[in-house]
Write a protein that binds this ligand. Structure first.
Ligand SMILES: NC(=O)C1=CN([C@@H]2O[C@H](COP(=O)(O)OP(=O)(O)OC[C@H]3O[C@@H](n4cnc5c(N)ncnc54)[C@H](O)[C@@H]3O)[C@@H](O)[C@H]2O)C=CC1
Ligand SMILES: CC(=O)C(=O)O
Length: 309
């Protein structure tokens, strides 16, 4: 499968690298307003291919995206230390107006996988600009926050993150909601598992994990300027679910008809992802405080998206 990546900075190049290592694409094409950067990133990623899986890695203008089944959108500006994701909106909405036109000239039917922040609102921007079906304009949403949550829970419980089934819901950002009520370790609730292994999830543990997930990006940006490995792997994971028609359950963002009484809003819920994009959405169990927080997140995202109409 041919995969395009527009925006060959930290996130776009990490996604290309992760795809090359996972064998997630037969061809990867990097496009950037800086042709020199796209070329350098493509050459560098190509040098990892002999250690991984056969794959062509190229760079070029939008015309090189012809035939791409999916295009990752990672172009635009990123947060500076202390800056929120939402503050990037007007700048990145302008970038997307050009980028989506360029992508659709070459690959009008390509599925779009949005990474640029604020990713939920940018997913709605991409949906409106592209005219594609909602299930084919997918934001990476909370795939990264969910990975952070699973990793921290696995660490606390002393088990592999892969054995933790827990999702972050709502905005990929400050209003996100950690789904404690639906979290499972193996086949039992995380609370029950924690009791069995004598590592109870006290209020303090819960608050520490919540803060570590919610503030992860701020901390990493403070320390190294940006985040890229986690999201690169998450984007490659979504591409692979599409490529292999896996029907994998992933927390990604699409415009959703109704969430906690809020209509037509892009945010993350656990969704079934396969060859035609998002094919189903799950309704996880929520306790009353999680339901209220998800509604507040949905209302904030809806209001923000209305502001760019
Ligand atoms: N969804 C998520 O979980 C995450 C999202 N991000 C977001 O991803 C985006 C990219 O972040 P980084 O790669 O760190 O930034 P970066 O600055 O390293 O890369 C952005 C690239 O976009 C390119 N670009 C800008 N305008 C363009 C245009 N009109 N056409 C083509 N290319 C254009 C730039 O030349 C640059 O190479 C940011 O919005 C950031 O906030 C970052 C980490 C996680
Ligand atoms: C930057 C960003 O969105 C993240 O690392 O979560």
């Amino acid at each position: 499968m041919k995969v395009g990546i527009v925006g060959a900075g930290m996130v776009g190049s990490a996604a290309g690298y992760a795809l090359a290592l996972r064998g997630g694409a037969s061809e990867i094409v990097l496009v950037d307003r800086s042709a020199a950067l796209a070329t350098a990133q493509a050459e560098d990623i190509a040098h990892a291919v002999p250690f991984a899986h056969p794959c062509q890695v190229r760079s070029g203008g939008y015309e090189r995206l012809e035939g791409a089944a999916i295009v990752i959108l990672a172009a635009g500006v990123a947060q500076k230390p202390g800056e929120s994701r939402l503050s990037l909106l007007s700048r990145n909405a302008e970038v997307f107006a050009q980028v989506i036109e360029g992508v659709q000239r070459a690959a009008p039917k390509a599925m779009l996988l949005v990474a640029s922040n604020p990713v939920d609102v940018m997913t709605e921007v991409a949906l409106r600009a592209s005219g594609l079906p909602a299930g084919q304009v997918i934001g990476s949403g909370t795939i990264l926050d969910t990975a952070r949550f699973r990793w921290l829970l696995g660490d606390h419980l002393g088990i592999a993150a892969q054995s933790v089934h827990a999702y972050v819901l709502g905005e990929h950002g400050d209003s996100e909601v950690l789904g404690w009520a639906s979290a499972r370790a193996g086949a039992i609730t995380v609370g029950e598992f924690a009791e069995q292994v004598h590592a109870p999830i006290t209020e303090e543990v819960r608050a520490r994990i919540d803060e570590a997930v919610r503030r992860a990006a701020y901390r990493i940006i403070e320390g190294k300027g940006a985040t890229w490995y986690g999201i690169g792997a998450g984007l490659a994971r979504i591409v692979q679910a599409v490529r292999d028609d896996q029907r994998a359950v992933l927390s990604v963002s699409v415009v959703t008809p109704e969430v906690e009484g809020v209509r037509d809003v892009a945010l993350s819920l656990p969704r079934v992802v396969g060859a035609s994009g998002v094919v189903a959405t799950l309704a996880p169990d929520l306790d009353p405080s999680e339901a209220a927080a998800l509604r507040a997140s949905a209302e904030m995202l809806k209001e923000t998206a209305l502001g760019i109409r």
